[in-house]
Design a protein around this ligand. Structure first.
Ligand code: NAP
Length: 300
């Protein structure tokens, strides 16, 4: 394939949600030729306005593509847009590359890669962290699994969408790394929520308390950016609770398959399951504090 640093290449981009639409725009602005597909077709309009061509199916988008990028919701969705009836694999050529940037199961990732390998198509798993803000600014953290040479040839494209781009191992390793990320976050959100409930119950000045603990060993992104939500009991987006729960379940399934106990992640997944059931799944994941505050008698 051409060198993506110097030459514009044909890219199929599948999934124009919160993340995908912003990421695809960076590739168009860098001069690449994009054919885009989104299940809800009208969502392709802003990208068409930038110069992309709209395709009616993933297979149509992937026709003539040297690289196919997918970023849809969950494991079955990636399977469908890649290997389904009108999936991208139907028209991908030997030597082309699929980069899946969704957050999905490491095992499903390996299964898809094995199917694509039968056609001579290489796959990288490249889930992202950094939220919608990172997608818009092109500053995402991208954790990549897959063949080293393929990673190196795709790096210039990934650099258009992210700032910290690390190959962490073979296919599936990117998704394992993302599962680590979401597992760590689960514990931190829950612990910050408990700390805030303790302080609020004691009636101390929480602004001063936050300032004090932020300068010490308990400092974290969640403490700096989400503790105020938890103090106020107001949880604007952010990152949806139902998506974090999806990611935690991916981590827990992978852990179960390996016999690794993760009691903290399992506990937080139970809290989030209750929040989703009660209709709070679309709120920011800091609403874990809703459950903690209620248990502490701070909210009814
Ligand atoms: P989103 O806004 O809900 O968009 C989801 C996209 O997937 C939409 O384009 C949707 O099409 C498409 N889709 C879902 N199921 C499909 C199917 N079966 N067939 C075809 N298309 C399908 O989600 P997002 O926030 O962009 O997230 C995308 C991925 O990135 C997820 O795996 C998420 O966990 C991950 N992620 C998100 C964030 C974040 O802050 N939002 C951060 C890091 C990683 P429609 O438009 O037709 O619904």
């Amino acid at each position: 394939m051409n060198n993506p640093i110097n030459d514009p290449i044909n890219i199929a981009f599948i999934g124009l949600g919160t993340m995908g639409a912003a990421m695809a725009a960076h590739l168009i602005k860098a001069g690449h030729q994009l054919k885009v597909y989104n299940r809800t077709l009208e969502k392709a309009q802003p990208l068409e306005a930038l110069g992309a061509i709209r395709a009616a199916t993933p297979a149509e988008a992937a026709q003539d593509a040297e690289v196919v990028i997918t970023i849809v919701s969950d494991s079955p969705d990636v399977w469908e847009v890649v290997l389904g009836e009108v999936g991208a694999a139907k028209s991908m050529k030997s030597g082309s590359v699929l980069i899946d940037m969704s957050t999905i199961s490491p095992q499903v990732t390996k299964d898809i890669a094995a199917k694509l390998a039968e056609k001579g198509v290489q796959m990288l798993d490249a889930p992202v962290s950094g939220g919608s803000e990172g997608a818009q600014k092109g500053t995402l953290s991208i954790m990549v699994g897959g063949d080293k040479a393929t990673f190196e040839s795709m790096l210039p494209l990934l650099e258009l969408m992210g700032k910290t781009i690390i190959r962490v191992g073979e296919i599936g390793a990117g998704q394992v790394t993302k599962a680590i990320n979401q597992t760590i976050l689960a514990g931190v959100y829950a612990s910050v929520a408990e700390g805030m409930a303790l302080g609020l119950s004691a009636g101390i000045d929480m602004e001063a308390a936050l300032k004090a603990v932020s300068g010490g060993a308990a400092a974290s992104w969640v403490l700096s950016n989400r503790a105020n939500n938890m103090i106020k009991g107001d949880y604007p987006l952010g990152f949806r609770t139902r998506l974090h729960l999806k990611d935690l379940n991916i981590a827990l399934d992978a852990a179960k398959a390996m016999g690794v106990p993760m009691p903290v992640a399992a506990f937080v997944a139970q809290l989030e399951t209750g929040l989703v059931k009660r209709g709070y799944g679309e709120e920011d994941v800091s609403n874990i504090a809703r459950a903690v505050r209620q248990a502490a008698g701070l909210d009814s």
